[in-house]
Structure formats: C-alpha cells, structure tokens
Write a protein that binds this ligand. Structure first.
Ligand code: KAW
Ligand code: ZN
Length: 682
C-alpha cells in the first residue's frame, strides 16, 4: 500500500470517528450541522480512494454490532411513535420527530460504514444482502436534516388532523370517524343522512390536510432522489417488491380481476336502485359512493341485508351474536389468539396484554386507525385499535394479530430481515385466517352461527360466497387505485391543482362510483383515507388480496381438507400451520418469490409469482351466478369510464378533449384565414 493511500485511509477513519463523536450529541440543531459537514467530508473522503477491501469475517462482525444498535434504535423510535399515537399532543409529536431524526442520523452513518465493504469481494449472498439492506436507507440518505425534520413534522401533523377530525352532520352535531361516522355509513339507510356523514368527514379531514400535502410530496421527492438511486418516492415504495416489472404485473392482475368486479358491481347497482330509487343513479352507470356501507366504498359487507341474493334465507348477523352473547373486547382477542394457536402458531406474549391499546380512551386524542407494532426486542409486541363490538372489528382483530404472528415467527432473524417477504405478504398474512374464520363451518364451531348451509343448499352457499365477495372482491379496484393516485402525484404527473380531479378520475374509472355531492379541486378526498396523510403505501393490500387466496388454496391442499376452496377451514390443522410458518419465518431473508414457492410448493398452485387463479377459483360458483343473474335482468356491465358525474373541474370549459379539439380547429382556421388575407393583400 502506498504511503498516500495509507494516509488517505487514516484520514477517512479519523473522519468516521469524528462523525461518531458528533452524531452522539443530542441536539437536533447540532445534528443538522454535523450531518451536513460530515456528509460533505465523507463524500470527499470516499471519493479519495477505492472502498476498503474487507473480508467476510469483518463484515460479519460489523453486521452483528449493527444488529444490536439498529434494534435498539428501532425500539427507541417505536416507543416515541407509540407515545404520540396513543396520546396526540405537541410534546409527543416533537418527541417523535426528534427520534425520527436520530434514527435517520443512525441509518445515514451506518449506510456510510457499510459502504466500506467491497460487495464484489463478498461471496456469501446472505452477507451481501444484509449489507445492501444497511445501505438502502431511503430518505435518510438526504443530508439536509432541517428538511427531514419537516417531513416528519408534516406527517405527524397530517395524521393528527385526520385523527382529531370531527365530521359535522349539521351545524350542531360533529362526530369522530371511529366509531360514529363509520357506524352511520354502515347502518343508516337514509340517503340524506349518509350524504351528510360522507361530506362531513371529507370537509373535516381531507380539506384540512390539502394545504400540507404538496410540500410533503416535494420534500419526500427531494430527499429520495438525492442519492440518484430512485426516480421519485413512488419508485422507492415500489422497490420493496424487488421487481422491475412490478407496476405492469399488478396492472395485469387487476385487469384479470376486472370481470369479477364488474359483475358484482352491476348486480349490486340493480339491487341498490330498488332500495334508493333509480333517480339516484346517473345514466353513466356509476353507483353513489356513500351508499355501499363503507366511508371509502372499499368494503361492501355492511349492505349485505339490502342486496343478498336470497334474502329469504336467514341472514347472518355476527355483530348481533357478539352482543347477544355478551362478548367483551378481550374475548375477541382471545378468539383470534385461539385460532392461531390451534394451528400451532404463537400465543401473544404477556407484554402484549399489558401494553396494547385495545379500546378508545375517552380522555385523550389517539390515532384510532388500527396497527400492529414490533418493538424489535423480541418480547414487546402491541396492537393499537379502537376496538368495537362488531363483526368488522372482529375481523380486524384477526388481521392485526396476524401481523403480530408474522413478527413472532421471524423475531430471531437478523433485524434487517424482520419484515414481510414484501409488504403485501405482511398484509396477506394478516388476512389469511379470515378466509377460514368466516366460513359458516367455523362460525358454527365457535358458536356465532347456529346453522350452516348443507351440501345441497346452493342458495345458502351463494349467499355466503356473495357476502365474502362484498369484502374481498369489492375491495380490489380500491386496493389498486390508491397508489395509482399516489404514484402519479410523486411522478409529478398530477399537480396539486388537480389532486382531487385525478382521485375522482380513478374512483369513477376503476370502482364505478361517483361522489354524492359536487366535488372540485378545492376538496382533497384522498386525504380522507388514513393511508394518505399517514404516508402508508397501499398497493400492499391489493397484493395481499391476491396472495391470500393462493396461500389459502395451498394450505387447504397440504392439510388435505376436502371440499370447495371457499368452505375450507384450516382451524386446528397443524400441518397447514407448519407450512404457513415455514414461509413466515423466512422474513425478508430471500426475494419474495422464494417465500411464495415455500408455501405453494407441491400443490397445483405451485409458483413463485402472484396469480389470480385461486381467487377466481374460490369465487367461481358466484361468478357464474352473477353472470346469469345480470343476463336475466339485462344489466349492462360497466360504466362510462371517461365521465365522472358531480366533479366540477374548472378546465371543463377549456381543457376537455372535445373543447381542445374545437379550439384547435378554430385556431387553425383563423391561421389559414390570416395567411389567405396576407396573400390577397400582397
Ligand atoms: C381491508 C379493506 C376491506 C376489507 C378488509 C380489509 N382488510 C384490510 C383492508 C385495507 C386497509 C384499510 O383499512 O384500508 N387495512 C388497514 O389499514 C388495517 C391496518 C393495518 O394493519 O394494515 C396497518 C396499517 C398501518 C401501517 C403503517 C402504519 C400504521 C398503520 N398495518 C400494520 O399495522 C402493519 C404491521 C406490520 C407490517 C406492515 C403493516
Ligand atoms: Zn394490516
């Protein structure tokens, strides 16, 4: 080694050491300057010489130390975020932002440290995967800590507006989303009341978030593009799927599922017309967005009683059964825990019962949107949910506990692998047991239903499948479109002045619904959905809704459970549980295709890809029934995709394609006239 190289390396080590000293200070301001100075120094120092060639043993030692520090940092941040989300105040927000910055500092420093290892000299795939993960730090690579702080602040502020919002039904009655507005939209059958709740919620939430969102978008984009690795924040979110074709892949899946949705939509539209009157349904074919039983029209289960295929058959009312049987909130969690432990998965650790927030507190503001938390110390896992005694919440309890089960399955992996194989896997795992749990067989087993449709009871079977479709199939376009909107915003294709217009273009186009009251770009309806102000990607739910059927099919097959897929209940089947666990315990240690293969291998659905085939197989009898029924009533499938009723767009006069064509023709004619006149005059 030449003297100069040695000197340069010594200098660089000194800079790293100095960095660690500076970074260990507590002050955020100091941290900003240190980050900037150190960032510059590190940039200069690393460009002086080639990366140090360090061997695998050194990398292993480094990663062990990293693991301890990263888990500790994650714990501290999670505690700060938990304190904020379970008690929204200025102080808890400031504390969370402070820890968010400390975590960014930590990630930044470690990414630089890891970059000293020459990946081309490391043969062990596992070590290089881990080192790559240390270096993939997203927005933390951005050295401007003032802007990073602003991002964290904006996200906290938006979540706070969303969580504290009270939607007004009139001048005197203003109510929170959970439980009040959610209940009105679920249970009211009064068109005017539904309209008030729908509009009231958007006025109180989205409209107030609107002013913060453009800055949030531009700061995130600035931070994520700094390193030159990602095109925009959407590109970064999509990178979790480790596939260059991801966007096209989900589009293809969505298109394959569209016929199922269109048949469901046409049938439900006809039945809702019978109830609310045909005058509420425009000739474009869209359904009013507020009469589907859910604030975002994403899950239609709550209108089952209005649209059941065979209404004379007894309808299931699990919510009523929960109330009649004096269920408590804790019992709902015990029922979910019992499901997971019956298939040989885990029980909730004692800290879960001690520290979770399971009911909405009365004396303080909290983020009610449900979530499951991993405190990265292998023993502290919590759920935060404003649980109510309803069927919908019982399913959410299973969903959130599914996340915790995934956490428990991979808790002994290196910190960097303690994630889903991809974000859709985490959501899929959270939902998979609902496919067994909701079968009439299982409901009867746990005493929430007293009779099940028999082998030859086609009508009862269709009623059940239809009910499942109201949650699983109705959700598909919404699950797909939320991130279509967000990706378009991050790409810069949709500018702030057209945020709401784009949102309704997608809602009208993909879901076939329209806003019940006039909307314009002064509104910000995406902000009325938690995951937008919360900065939580949404495509994971679409992926989950596809994958959970693939896994359900595979588990039913390995467990040798006979009968159609939609009546399979894996409860108490430890073979199914073990197969599921084999996949869960991989965490994100391998690309997700391998995890998919792990669970599907040896079954007819064996694959390392996403596939809609099991979902379509599950709903097959219903699809046939819907097709026949729609034909019988001469229902025209679909809606006018280019025309969104009730959206007032200022550029309708100047910017619609038709007007643009007319304008173009007039301009051309006037130009031709001018030329003709000048020729004549000359
Ligand atoms: C849904 C829609 C219709 C029918 C059934 C459904 N099940 C799930 C959905 C979609 C979605 C929704 O409500 O729109 N569900 C949720 O948001 C449930 C909450 C969550 O468990 O998915 C939660 C969301 C969250 C993410 C990040 C921060 C805060 C909240 N996700 C997690 O807690 C979580 C845990 C581990 C890994 C990944 C996510
Ligand atoms: Zn979830």
């Amino acid at each position: 080694m030449s003297k100069i190289t040695r000197m340069l390396r010594l200098t660089r080590s000194a800079i790293f050491l100095l960095g660690i000293r500076i970074y260990n200070t507590d002050s955020a301001k100091m941290s900003m300057w240190s980050h900037l100075i150190l960032g510059t120094l590190l940039l200069v120092s690393t460009s002086w010489s080639q990366p140090l060639v360090l061997d695998e043993a050194a990398a292993i030692t480094y990663l062990e130390e990293y693991d301890r520090l990263a888990a500790d940092m994650s714990y501290q941040y999670a505690e700060a975020a938990w304190k904020y989300e379970t008690n929204i105040t200025e102080e808890t927000l400031a504390n969370m932002t402070e820890w968010s910055l400390k975590r960014s500092d930590f990630n930044y420093r470690e990414a630089k440290n890891a970059s000293r290892f020459d990946l081309s000299k490391i043969n062990n795939q596992n070590i290089s995967r881990l080192l790559r993960k240390v270096m993939d730090i997203g927005t933390a690579a951005f050295p401007d800590t003032v802007k990073l702080e602003k991002i964290s602040d904006l996200e906290g502020e938006m979540t706070s507006i969303y969580s504290r919002a009270r939607g007004c039904l009139n001048t005197t009655t203003c109510l929170p989303l959970e439980p009040d507005l959610v209940d009105i939209i679920a249970n009211s059958r009064n068109y005017a009341e539904l309209t008030a709740a729908w509009k009231g919620w958007r006025d109180a939430s989205g409209r107030n978030i609107k002013k913060l969102y453009p800055e949030y978008v531009s700061l995130l984009n600035e931070a994520i593009t700094f390193e030159g690795k990602y095109k925009d924040m959407g590109d970064y979110y999509r990178s979790s799927y480790e596939s260059p074709t991801f966007e096209n892949d989900v589009k293809a899946l969505f298109l394959e599922l569209a016929p199922l949705y269109e048949n469901l939509h046409a049938y439900v539209r006809r039945r809702l017309k019978e109830h609310y009157g045909a005058d509420k349904f425009p000739s474009t074919g869209h359904i009013p967005a507020h009469i589907l039983g859910n604030m975002w029209a994403q899950d239609w289960t709550n209108i089952y009683d209005l649209v059941a295929p065979y209404p004379d058959k007894r309808t299931v009312d699990i919510t009523k059964a929960l109330i009649d049987q004096n269920y408590t909130i804790i019992r709902m969690y015990k029922v979910a825990e019992d499901f997971f432990s019956s298939i040989g998965l885990y029980k909730m650790p004692h800290l879960f019962w001690e520290k979770s927030l399971l009911v909405k507190p009365v004396n303080r503001e909290v983020v009610c949107h449900a979530s499951a938390w991993d405190f990265s110390n292998k023993r502290d896992f919590r759920i935060k949910q404003c649980t109510a005694l309803t069927e919908e919440h019982l399913l959410t309890v299973h969903h959130e506990m599914g996340h915790i089960i995934y956490y428990l399955a991979y808790k002994d992996l290196p910190y960097l692998y303690r994630e889903g194989a991809n974000p859709g896997f985490h959501e899929g795992m959270a939902d998979i047991v609902t496919l067994s749990f909701q079968t009439p067989e299982h409901m009867k087993k746990i005493g929430l239903l007293d009779a099940i449709p028999g082998q030859n009871d086609t009508e009862g079977d269709i009623n059940f499948l239809f009910r499942m479709a109201l949650s699983k199939a109705a959700f598909l376009p919404f699950g797909y479109l939320v991130d279509q909107w967000r990706w378009s915003v991050f790409r810069g294709e949709t500018k702030p002045e057209r945020y709401n217009e784009k949102w309704w273009d997608l809602r009208c186009d993909f879901q076939g619904i329209y806003p019940p009251v006039e909307r314009s770009n002064a509104d910000f309806d995406p902000g009325a959905k938690y995951h937008i102000p919360g900065g939580t990607p949404y495509i994971s739910y679409f992926v989950s809704f596809v994958a959970q059927f693939q896994w359900h099919k595979a588990l039913c097959k390995v467990a040798n459970i006979a009968g159609p897929l939609h009546r399979c209940d894996i409860y108490s089947n430890t073979i199914a549980g073990a197969r599921l666990n084999d996949m869960l315990k991989m965490g994100s240690s391998r690309p997700w295709g391998e995890a998919m293969l792990k669970i599907t291998s040896g079954t007819s659905g064996q694959t390392d890809k996403l596939s809609v085939a099991p979902l379509l197989e599950y709903f097959d009898p219903l699809i046939k029934w819907l097709q026949e029924n729609n034909k019988k009533y001469n229902e025209i499938l679909g809606w006018d995709k280019k025309n969104c009723p009730n959206f007032l767009s200022p550029h309708i006069l100047s910017g619609s394609p038709r007007v643009q064509n007319i304008t173009f023709i007039l301009t051309m004619m006037s130009a031709l006239f001018s030329i003709a006149i000048s020729i004549i005059e000359n």
